[in-house]
Structure formats: C-alpha cells, structure tokens
Design a protein around this ligand. Structure first.
Ligand code: NAP
Ligand code: 8YV
Length: 324
C-alpha cells in the first residue's frame, strides 16, 4: 500500500464495524442517504476510490457512481445487489462486491420458520392465547400442514439449497425452477415455472431481484398453484405481483402466504395487512446480530483486500476478478 491516503465514501446507515474497520491509511466520508451526496464537494468526489454501501435503502445507480471519476470498487452489504447498477460498474471498470455465504443459513432458517408459521398459524394462535380465548375453546385445527405438501423452490442457489436441505430433513418433497439445472442438485428441475406451479402446492421464492425476475410470480402462476397453494417470498418484493397476490389471497385462489419482502419497502399495502391468511415480516431474513456483523465485516474485508492489491473476496458475477 502506498503512503497516499485512500478516500472512501460510506454510503448508508452508520455501522460500527465499518466505521472502526479501517486503519488511518483510509479517510472515510459518510453520507447516510443517497440525497446527502448532494453535499459532496468536487474536491472530495475527485479523490474517492472506494464506496461501501451499508444497506440496500441507498442506491449505487449510474448517477451515483458517475459522481466519482476515480471510483475503483463498490462493496455492497447484502447478497442481493439489485440496488447497484453492476452493468454500469462493469462498463466503467468499477469492481462490485456483495456479501454471499455468511447469511445463507440465517436466511434459510427464516424461510423455513416463515413456511411453518404460515401453515400452522403461529401468529394467529399467539394472539388467540393472549386474548384469553384458550379458556373458552381449543385453537381451531390449521387447514395447512407441512405434512402433505410438495415444495417448488423458485431459485436453487446458495440459499435455495440451504432451504431444500431443511425441507428434506422435514421429509418434504422438493422440486425446483431455475433457468439452468443447478450443479450437483438431484431434485427434479422444471425449466418452466408454470409447469412446476401446476405440479406443486407450495412455492418458496429465493431468486435475485431485477428485470429477469420482476413479477414472475403472477396471477397465472398463483392460479396454477391452486386453492391449497402457499407462497413464501424471501427473495425481493419485485418478484411477486403484489396486487395479484392480494387478489388470490382474498378470493381463495390460494390458501396463504408468508412474506419477508415487499414491492415498496417499508410501505406494505393496507389491504395485505388486513388479511388473516398472511404472515408479514419486515425484511429480517439476515437480521440477527451475528449475521449482520459478518456481513458488515465482509464489506470491510473486500475493500481492504482491494486496496492491499489483492483480489476482492466476493466479486459479483458482472465484475469477476479475471476481468480486472
Ligand atoms: P444465488 O446463489 O445467486 O442463487 C440465485 C438462484 O436464482 C439461482 O438458482 C439462479 O439460477 C436463480 N435465478 C436467477 N435468476 C433467475 C430467473 N430469472 N429465473 C429463475 N431462476 C433464476 O443467490 P442466493 O445467495 O441464493 O440469494 C438469492 C437472493 O435472495 C438474493 O439475490 C436476494 O435478493 C435474496 N435474499 C433475501 C434476503 C432477505 O433478507 N429476505 C436475504 C438474502 C438474500 P439460474 O441462474 O440457473 O436461473
Ligand atoms: C439485507 C438481503 O437485509 O442480503 C440480501 O440480499 O436482502 C438482506 O440480507 C438487505 O440486503 C439489506 O441491505
């Protein structure tokens, strides 16, 4: 590392691990919100060589990245990076990194918990007990159960496979839809999502966000799933047509849904909140202290590796190390 100080923009919420993770070789410039970048002075913008995006509520779009003529690397928090324009970054020789693997098991736990609490009505049953209704009658039997189901995974990457392992341990048959069969996976692969939706009664959605997956779970897919149908979405809100889902839940086209992600977070439609056959979580898939710390640390480690002249630890597919 040369003696020249390295200017980094920390873009997003303040994170102790990020704030304290760099030696005095680095100069940190913190901007909590994307519109705070308007305060950036031209002399600082001209010096910045790295950016940490500390939450997906701020964006690394082309306009944001273009502010920094010397930018070499964007280290983004989260495995999903649909908030970063990775194609723009590739075309401008900017490395992009994300935080895969360190959150895989945590998110798979949430998916499994959300599936079971949706089927067996944990939230409704908890409210029933607290309201003192148990004194009057036993809680009604749940129409849903894991026992008689086949799960169609939409996505069979790192997290999809971790969810499938949990389903296997629970003796639930698994099939999956992706664009190409996943290497080393023996579950039945459906190249066609509609065909899979007709063959199963449960979808667990765990694909990246972005144009190729926008609203892929639409009214036709929900109809194909049928009246016993359950949709669990731990991917991105954009992947499910939220209005079509609300209509399907209201009409009984499907039985229930469990959602950790929404189209316009943190806004969740009142209509969805009023329904009894949904379990709604505020995007907490990776949100434990241990996992979020590991994600923060990986953001720091990617930047440190890069500025020590080493390959970044976890580059995204659009900016592989060999292309640099
Ligand atoms: P990954 O290992 O890259 O897996 C992505 C999977 O999606 C692959 O099986 C891929 O297969 C499939 N896929 C991609 N585009 C597709 C398309 N257009 N149609 C069908 N399948 C498609 O990613 P991961 O680590 O498992 O993470 C997956 C996503 O989960 C992230 O991108 C993020 O959006 C979301 N996530 C959410 C939370 C949360 O807090 N709720 C936490 C972590 C991650 P093919 O390429 O063969 O199609
Ligand atoms: C994060 C996620 O909470 O990793 C992801 O893709 O969705 C979550 O782990 C989110 O990215 C916040 O930045």
């Amino acid at each position: 590392m040369s003696s020249e100080k390295i200017d980094l923009v920390i873009h997003g919420p303040s994170k102790p691990i990020v704030n304290t993770g760099f030696s005095d070789q680095f100069v940190l410039h913190h901007f909590e919100k994307t519109h705070d970048l308007e305060r950036l002075t031209p002399d600082v913008a001209a010096k910045v060589r790295g950016m940490a995006i500390t939450y997906n509520t701020v964006r690394g779009d082309a306009k944001t990245l273009a502010r920094f003529p010397r930018l070499e690397i964007v280290a983004s928090f989260g495995v999903g990076y649909d908030h970063v324009d990775a194609a723009y970054a590739r075309d401008h020789r900017i490395m992009v990194t994300n935080t895969p693997d360190v959150l895989t098991e945590e998110v798979a736990d949430i998916a499994m918990g959300l599936l079971i609490s949706t089927l067996r009505e944990f939230i409704k049953a908890d409210k029933y007990l607290r309201a003192g209704q148990w004194h009057t009658a036993q809680y009604p039997l749940s129409p849903g159960s894991l026992r008689d189901r086949t799960v169609g995974m939409v996505g069979m990457g790192r997290i999809g496979q971790a969810i499938a392992r949990r389903l296997e341990a629970s003796r639930v048959p698994v099939v999956y839809h992706t664009r190409s069969p996943a290497a080393g996976v023996s579950y039945r692969h459906y190249p066609d999502l509609m065909e899979m939706a007709k063959a199963v009664d449960t979808l667990i959605v765990i694909v990246p966000g972005g144009p190729s997956t926008t609203k892929m779970i639409n009214a036709d897919v929900l109809k194909a799933l049928g009246p016993r149908g359950v949709v669990i979405n731990v991917a991105r809100g954009t992947v499910v047509d939220e209005q079509a889902l609300i209509a399907a839940l209201k009409s009984g086209t499907i039985l229930a849904a469990g959602l950790d992600v929404f189209e316009k977070e943190p806004d969740v439609p009142d209509e969805l909140k009023s329904l009894q056959n949904v379990v709604l979580l505020p995007h907490i898939g990776s949100a434990s202290v241990v996992t979020r710390n590991a994600m923060d640390q990986l953001v720091v480690d990617n930047l440190k590796a890069w500025f020590a002249g080493k390959p970044p630890l976890t580059p995204v597919a659009e900016t592989p190390v060999k292309a640099q």
